[in-house]
Design a protein around this ligand. Structure first.
Ligand code: GAP
Length: 453
């Protein structure tokens, strides 16, 4: 299976569309279609349940996308949130220098200076073809800031000199609300604040479908701990997050840990969970021990005391933070990749999504056997209405039954419910299983219980 197979299924079956499709697209932005929005919501709900609902020590938050610009200065994003950009002198196509160097087996990490990057790039530039025009005529590598600027709240003409920013990550909203949450709820350290929401980055070359977008959604949890407990809690969080992917039904063989060798100066330790995407193992989620960097920076930036008073032990400190951060799009792509299966049914090849039923966009599809028999259609609509009170279901009377099954298989619907002439007599239906294609007869009165299981 290739990335193209996934992209094609996602578009053909209403999961993901390119943004502004009829206008020729808009790079780095994608729209979730009717099934995509269900799957994305199911992933976010699964994350929220795991990270907030079942954790007495973690609370939720939903902060604004826009925040005081000073926040992005204090966090280091205005001065240091950049990727190395290099431009083709012939066609002005811009690419990421570190990505092309990586493809040539060189490690160009975020700690390298512009001069070091240029030296490394110069060594290889005769071998690097522009992906757009094929020439090998490159300019200088420059740090390109990824923050997306806006004129929100700035009514002047030269707003560009004093912009506000669309948030580049959701966690800054968590850090600056740390004192509000401490003062307005009953949380005690160690505790976490979780948030799901959009983030925006001017990615130089958004690529690999929804893996790297310019607008994307993050699910982040920041855990505030006593300084000397940081690494103890970090190890617990690493395990907890690994176990989460098992609950989604992902094949563990497609997951692995990647330890960062070159840490930013404040980090104690950083690991990514990588997933085996169609283009190889790449970062799915980051789990980082960030020390007291974030709260210390916001103390300096705001002039407010962000220390915490531990009453039980009569001591005051600036909490250290461990974070878990994952993109909805990346999790979506991992789950669809993992579920994508091809087998053979009655001598014909079939593609199906073997999604965990809890994640499937549609839990059951209801079909009247024949479209032109009003009594079957009426009974099927009755069953549909009953099920729709409990789960996402779909009614379909289009085309032959085989085609209807194939469509549901491709969107990962675990069960298809068929109303036939016997149903009118015995109040039973045929339930067909997505994975085995086996069929069984079930009483309508037992259907909800059976499907809920
Ligand atoms: N607060 C930490 C942070 O934002 P990051 O490694 O830049 O760290 C965390 O991003 C996660 O967000 C990544 O592991 C990835 O899942 C997701 N992510 C980051 N950039 C993304 C992009 N351009 N498109 C889609 N997802 C992205």
């Amino acid at each position: 299976m290739t990335l193209e197979d996934i992209v094609s299924l996602c578009k053909r079956r209403g999961f993901v569309y390119p943004s502004s499709d009829i206008y020729g697209g808009f790079a780095g932005v994608y729209d979730f279609g009717p099934y995509g929005v269900e799957l994305a919501n199911n992933l976010k709900n699964a994350w929220w349940k795991y990270m907030v609902q079942r954790r007495p020590d973690i609370v939720g938050l939903d902060s604004g996308i826009f925040m005081a610009p000073a926040i992005w200065k204090a966090s280091g994003h205005v001065d240091g949130f950049s990727d190395p950009l290099v431009e083709c002198k012939a066609c002005h196509n811009r690419i990421r220098a570190d990505h092309v160097l990586e493809e040539l087996g060189e490690q160009a990490d975020e700690k390298m200076t512009e001069a070091e990057l240029n030296e490394l790039f110069d060594k290889h530039k005769k071998d690097i073809k522009c992906p757009s025009c094929g020439k090998k005529d490159w300019g200088q590598v420059k740090a390109f800031n990824l923050l997306v600027k806006s004129n929100l709240g700035n009514l002047g003409e030269n707003w560009d000199e004093d912009p506000s920013y669309l948030r580049g990550e959701t966690c800054q909203g968590i850090y600056v609300n740390f004192p509000n949450v401490v003062n307005s709820t009953r949380v005690k350290i160690p505790f976490g604040i979780a948030q799901v929401g959009k983030a925006f980055r001017n990615e130089i070359s958004p690529r690999q479908f929804i893996f790297r977008g310019r607008e994307f959604e993050q699910m982040e949890m920041q855990y505030f701990v006593e300084p000397d407990q940081e690494m103890v809690e970090y190890e617990k969080l690493r395990q907890y997050r690994w176990d989460f992917y098992k609950t989604l039904g992902l094949n563990e063989k497609n997951l692995k840990w990647h330890k960062h060798d070159n840490l930013v100066f404040y980090a104690k330790e950083a690991y990514d969970i990588e997933y085996n995407f169609p283009f190889g193992f790449k970062e799915l989620e980051g789990i980082h021990a960030r020390g007291d960097y974030d709260l210390t920076q916001h103390q300096k930036g705001s002039g407010k005391d962000l220390s915490y008073f531990d009453q039980a032990n009569d001591k005051r400190y600036v909490p250290h933070i461990i974070e878990s951060s994952v993109g909805v799009g990346r999790m979506f792509l991992a789950v669809v990749t993992d579920a994508y299966k091809v087998d053979e049914v009655n001598g014909e090849e079939r593609t199906f999504l073997k999604l965990d039923p809890a994640l499937a966009p549609i839990k059951a599809a209801v079909f009247p056997l024949l479209k032109n028999k009003p009594e079957l259609v009426a009974k099927a609509k009755e069953v549909y209405a009953q099920l729709a009170e409990h789960m996402m279901v779909e009614f379909d009377d289009n085309g032959n039954i085989g085609k209807r099954y194939r469509r549901q298989d491709e969107i990962g619907t675990p069960a298809c419910v068929v109303i036939d002439f016997d149903s009118l007599e015995d109040d039973s239906v045929t339930v067909r299983d997505r994975d085995t294609t086996k069929q069984e007869r079930v009483k309508i009165s037992e259907l909800i219980m059976k499907l809920s299981k």
